[in-house]
Design a protein around this ligand. Structure first.
Ligand code: BG6
Length: 469
């Protein structure tokens, strides 16, 4: 539809940016922090580990001042579970509480709304030793951890996100480094873990409502609309399959409290059916999110599976779907340009995704990640000409406005990442931030913060409330 006039962004629209603890904080074993699974995985040789990352732990004041300078209305960050409970459960670490108290207070000093993710890929290693998400006691550990967060930070934090990209941990855990290498029958066990994570999320959502009636809580999956590669009905069916497996499984459970029908049949067919204990479904259906947070980088395109072995090959990553024989096959999309890392660039796909999610769930939405990973270069005079990033973000924000005009209730946009950090599996050279952090894979240099061109552009865009794109 072509509109004569676009709706404006609301005056309270939450313009901001996002990070996650292990990718940004560093200080991996300081002040009592315990190891997470990210810290215990063998490091990849060609890229940095997460020990120092952007050293935000020691730079948080300077970093938040930069966010304030850009005019951020909100900042989405995650709490490192192992700073709060070094062993995942048991003894609380007061220094961890103190760090996030300071961080939240610093944000509030500038009038920046904290949006807190409780768990972003960094499961406590001590819990993994006991079976991690395969063990139902991790559900209790998560609930206790959530309770602690609500008790200590709930007086100041209004927006809570439960689990970042649970769907990507299930589908692409090997790329992300979250997959437990000890699983014997990974797919089957992963869907059992998934069930437990869904329960943990539900219990945290219920608790949030009980303890903090004024707060709002949401899931935070990675959602990409799925296109059929052609109008061939078989391709359309394959797209439905993948949509259900990649996207709706997670949101249907969070919002409606039930398993998606297509996915349940897929589980039965493949032998992945999780064990559901008495009482599980009533917890799942009692939990209700107040809004949906989601991360969007690209759309996905799939076609019918040809059922031959040539389809197999590689696991892909968050935005590269290889396929599953008999269910769907990944396909290219000739209409899209690609990033230097092979992810499709599809701003209109964001509008499609917003419309689909809103249509299906009728809840307010916030984009908690969206952005361009690129090899930025620091030029003399501290200049970073990341005009390609400005182009990417501008086009996606235009689509947000179109979706709002379509009637979608979108209340915030927090791209990835507020400041440079370490990517999940492609090092620190794959940069996303508005602020350059001067380090490379193995040389930490001074970790100086340098405003990129996109910093100035975003600042101006926020001050115009989205009209100066
Ligand atoms: C999302 C994650 O999948 O995408 C982030 O929530 C991640 O943690 C971001 O960094 C970009 O992906 P990558 O793999 O380029 O770091």
């Amino acid at each position: 539809m072509k509109y004569h006039k676009l709706k404006a962004f609301d005056s309270n629209f939450l313009w901001g940016g996002s990070t996650s603890s292990y990718q940004f904080e560093g200080a991996w074993n300081e002040d009592g922090k315990g190891p997470s699974v990210i810290d215990t995985r063998p490091p990849r040789e060609e890229i940095t580990d997460y020990k120092v990352a952007s050293d935000h732990y020691h730079h948080y004041k300077e970093d938040i001042a930069l966010l304030a300078e850009m005019g951020f209305k909100a900042y989405r960050f995650s709490v490192a579970w192992t700073r709060i409970y070094p062993q995942g459960t048991g003894e609380l670490n007061p220094k961890g509480i103190q760090f996030y108290n300071h961080l939240i207070d610093e944000l509030l000093k500038y009038g920046i709304e904290p949006i807190v993710t409780m768990y972003h890929f960094d499961l406590p290693a001590a819990l993994e030793k006991e079976g991690g998400w395969s063990n139902r006691s991790t559900i209790n550990a998560f609930e206790t951890y959530a309770k602690t967060l609500f008790e200590h930070f709930g007086d100041r934090v209004k927006y809570w996100l439960t689990i970042n990209e649970q769907n990507m941990m299930i589908l692409h855990g090997s790329a992300l480094g979250t997959l437990d290498p000890n699983l014997k029958n990974p797919k089957k066990e992963l869907y059992q873990q998934n069930h437990h994570m869904l329960l943990a999320q539900a219990r945290a959502m219920i608790l949030c409502k009980e303890m903090l009636p004024e707060a709002k809580v949401a899931p935070a999956p990675n959602i990409s609309c799925v296109y059929p590669a052609s109008s061939r009905p078989e391709d359309v069916l394959a797209a439905d399959n993948f949509n259900a497996i990649r996207n709706w499984l997670y949101l249907d459970m969070a919002v409606f409290g039930r398993y998606n029908t297509l996915v349940w049949r897929y589980f039965e067919e493949k032998g992945y059916t999780p064990e559901i204990q008495e009482g599980d479904m009533s917890i799942l259906s009692a939990a209700k999110p107040d809004f949906i947070a989601f991360n969007y980088y690209s759309s996905a395109t799939v076609k019918a599976s040809t059922q031959n072995s040539a389809e197999k090959g590689g696991m892909g990553d968050q935005q590269i779907s290889v396929g599953e024989v008999g269910v769907f096959a990944g396909s290219g999309n000739e209409y899209l340009e690609r990033t230097e890392f092979g992810w499709g660039i599809d701003p209109a796909g964001l509008r499609v995704t917003l419309r689909k999610i809103y249509d299906r769930y009728q809840l307010p939405l916030i984009i908690t990640e969206n952005g361009l990973g690129a090899f930025d270069s620091l030029e003399e005079g501290d200049v970073v000409r990341d005009d390609y990033r400005i182009d990417y973000l501008r086009k996606h924000i235009e689509q947000c406005q179109l979706a709002i005009t379509d009637g979608v209730e979108l209340f915030g946009y927090c791209p990835w990442s507020a400041i440079d950090l370490v990517s999940t599996h492609q090092g620190v050279s794959k940069r996303y931030g508005f602020v350059y952090v001067d380090r490379d894979e193995f040389n930490l240099r001074q970790l100086r913060r340098i405003r990129k061109n996109s910093f100035h552009w975003y600042k101006n865009m926020i001050s115009s409330n989205g009209s100066a794109l």
